[in-house]
Design a protein around this ligand. Structure first.
Ligand code: AMP
Length: 217
């Protein structure tokens, strides 16, 4: 099963994808996480990517597409299937993906701008394992410490208010057309977040229900 999880920044893609991968036994491929690893390195690519990410802008298509291709063509990813989190984010990326592999379904997360802004400004990430928390709505057991690995939690530089607005504008102009590209071509599982404190498990249940109705393998 090859899935895409799609939605604006802060819609819960990473949180739900990491739960779905365990439940469905598929690989999670998050281009954002891959780039966050790359920028830790000391290389010309890391410098380039770091600048785009800091500003909340998209990394150029050629770079993202090649990175994604190298991951999903790995035998273990091909064999298990995958959930793509954060890709495709432009029409060119969706068209490139069509040439690389077949997608079984797209999970579309709908969420109000109010919820997004509140959620992103209170989001924290583990430095070590990238588990996502929220200081108000998805608290770790001990403040500032990851429940899973004990790593230190931090706020992403692009989760600051000025950058959030820019990322939302980019989502509207560049990423939304991706939905029109897939409409009528692959099944859609559309899920709305009812409120800011809806628990992730409730959302994951809804997604699984939607997928089950499609009878995918
Ligand atoms: P995310 O964690 O998905 O919000 O991604 C964080 C940042 O990584 C984005 O704001 C972009 O700078 C970069 N990025 C991640 N995925 C993509 C993509 N598919 N296309 C372009 N840039 C991306």
């Amino acid at each position: 099963m090859n899935l895409i999880i799609f939605g604006p920044p802060g819609s819960g893609k990473g949180t739900y994808a990491s739960r779905l991968k365990s439940i469905l036994g598929i690989k999670e491929v998050s281009t954002g996480d891959l780039f966050r690893d790359i920028v830790q390195q000391d290389s010309p690519l890391a410098d380039k990517v770091r600048n785009y990410m800091k500003r909340g802008e998209l990394v150029p298509d050629e770079i993202v597409i090649e990175l994604l291709r190298s991951i999903i063509e790995k035998p273990e990813v091909k064999a298990k299937g995958f959930i793509l989190d954060g890709f495709p984010r432009t029409l060119a990326q969706a068209e490139a993906l069509d040439k690389i592999t077949k997608i079984s379904a797209i999970i579309v997360l709908k969420v109000s701008e109010e919820i997004i802004i509140e959620r992103l400004s209170t989001r924290r990430i583990c430095k070590k394992c990238e588990t996502i928390y929220n200081v108000k709505y998805l608290k770790p057991k001990a403040e500032g410490v990851c429940d899973k690995c004990g790593g230190e939690l931090y706020q992403r530089e692009d989760d600051k208010p000025e950058t959030i607005k820019k990322r939302l504008a980019i989502y509207d102009s560049q990423s939304k057309p991706v939905l029109e590209h897939y409409r009528g071509k692959i099944p859609f599982v559309e899920i709305t977040t009812p409120s800011i404190d809806t628990h992730p498990e409730e959302m994951v249940e809804k997604i699984l229900d939607g997928l089950q109705k499609l009878n995918l393998n």
